[in-house]
Ligand binder design. Sequence first.
Ligand SMILES: Cc1cc2nc3c(=O)[nH]c(=O)nc-3n(C[C@H](O)[C@H](O)[C@H](O)COP(=O)(O)O)c2cc1C
Length: 369
Amino acid sequence: MQRAFGLRRGTVALEPHHSEWEIIAQQTITRLHEILQDTAADIQHIGSTAIRGIFAKPIIDIVIGVSDIDALLAKNAVLAENGFLFRGADLPEQYLYVCGGEDFRTHHIHVVIYRSEAWENYISLRDYLNSHPDDAKAYSDLKQSLAERYPADRETYTAMKSDLIHEILCRAGEWRSRRMKALIINCSPVRTGATAEIVRIVSAQLSGSMETETVCIDDYDFAFCKGCRSCHQTAQCVQDDDIPRIMDAFERADIIVCVSPSYWADIPGQFKAFIDRCTPWCNTHTPHRKLSGGKRGYAIALRTGPNLPECARVIGSIEHFYGHLEISCCGHLGLTGVEYKEDVAGHAAEIIGLCREIVQSQEETAACQ
Ligand SMILES: Cc1cc2nc3c(=O)[nH]c(=O)nc-3n(C[C@H](O)[C@H](O)[C@H](O)COP(=O)(O)O)c2cc1C
């Protein structure tokens, strides 16, 4: 059987979109997460094979967002053992790995700083073109005419596309700034466990319709509430740590999705410690700090045991928190029988169902504005 992807190095040959490119990309992303663990803040399928309905070189482009490039470079040996070959700096602050061998390329793996301009451009271009079929067609038509003119000269082919890409990126930037924003929070201290897997699915499901930002409560440094109550008078905490950074992410978001495991039949201690530190924002005291209005909150609880009432307790804790921050409680989901990330696949339909509700209610809100 002929392979649906891969191309001789340096050449240009375009193919119509294959649905299996997405599957291959997701398998590669799963493998990279297994190898890189916490070193990768996020890994995404990008480039033309990630844009539905356009012609593309059959090479899967993936971007890895990292906060520490040196930590990733330290993994070059294990990456090479798994077929990801280091090719050095692509552009300043950007590194390239390839798969497929010397003369044949199946994947380009780009490494950039997470949330840098380069990261945002990759994601913007993909999401904008997937939502704007006319611009996607114009881009695809230009690629086809360039591929006919420069089949053996990939450098010129790439250079000749750059003006149109720049124009599309400008439009994409404007479009993104107008889009709704969703914050999805991993409320577990485990960055790569079952909760993280649910966060990943929710983010992937919502990203077609809105901007998504994912955080893990364990990414931040903050101390316990001291119970001093000075915030009741000042609406400020006496402690100076990462809490305002998390609350900035709340402020940016229109939709907040907290995903929490049950630890001893309630939310994990780290998440509870965060909620205690939100007392300056709690509406039972005057003065208090206020988030801007109209935010919608969703809660997903997961547990290993079989009964749903324990999930209801976790959801209750999250919704109590939302209530005091005046975030409307708009939906929730309880998942049982989940211990490890492999157990999440059996619940994909329920998670996707909640995501559809979120998107639908966002579309209804947008239509009323
Ligand atoms: C400290 C701790 C306490 C837990 N307590 C419960 C519990 O009371 N009830 C339950 O059903 N599962 C409990 N679990 C299992 C977790 O809810 C479950 O494994 C979940 O998938 C963990 O997700 P995570 O690895 O992303 O944190 C507990 C796990 C840990 C680590």
